[in-house]
Design a protein around this ligand. Structure first.
Ligand SMILES: C[S@@+](CC[C@H](N)C(=O)[O-])C[C@H]1O[C@@H](n2cnc3c(N)ncnc32)[C@H](O)[C@@H]1O
Length: 174
């Protein structure tokens, strides 16, 4: 049986909706796609990142490196996409709260989190001084958006999940 699993990565692939459609059409009937993508484009963390990137100091070099607004990154959106490609689809989304420990002698935990994901291309594009300035400015905004409570930061995270079986709708119509 053919199974494609993708966890928290397709959002970085330009044109991933077209890729999903191609997989759905080209895999043998009865194959499975099981995918999770974050749906955090409009989260305060990512809005803060775009705001800092859009400041004059960074607009030319950093803003173009950030993800474009995703097209319809909802459970309904992916269900529609893959149903249209002949799949039977089970899709859902959820928001859960990461409880990130916050220490007074450490960076804001959401800043550290972003350094492993959305900030990677930013860090690669800036020199040491530019990177220090950028992360300092972003850190201020993140501290406002995600205050520390009881030595923790509550970091809500929306994720979209879908499981699709290829060719299933053709079978239904037989
Ligand atoms: C949450 S991990 C998921 C990895 C793996 N699929 C798993 O389930 O463990 C996200 C992946 O996206 C990559 N990644 C993070 N930020 C990225 C960026 N800005 N551009 C491209 N890839 C990125 C990471 O290197 C990592 O491989």
């Amino acid at each position: 049986m053919d199974v494609v699993i993708s966890n928290a990565v397709l959002q970085w692939v330009p044109g991933h909706r077209e890729l999903l459609t191609r997989w759905a059409r080209e895999l043998p009937a009865g194959a499975w796609l099981a995918v999770q993508v974050p749906g955090n484009f409009d989260a305060p963390s990512h809005r803060a990142l775009r705001e800092v990137a859009d400041r004059p100091a960074w607009r030319a070099d950093v803003a173009p490196l950030l993800r474009r607004p995703p097209a319809d990154d909802t459970a309904v959106g992916y269900a529609g996409l893959l149903t249209g490609a002949g799949c039977a689809v089970d899709a859902w989304e959820t928001t859960y709260v990461h409880l990130l420990p916050a220490r007074v002698d450490a960076d804001h935990p959401v800043l550290s989190w972003l350094e492993g994901t959305a900030l990677r291309p930013v860090r690669a594009a800036l020199d040491a001084a530019g990177w220090a300035d950028f992360r300092a400015e972003l850190g201020v905004r993140l501290a406002e958006a995600y205050p520390v409570r009881h030595a923790q930061v509550h970091f809500p995270f929306r994720r979209v999940f879908f499981v699709a079986r290829t060719g299933a709708r053709a079978e239904e119509n037989q």
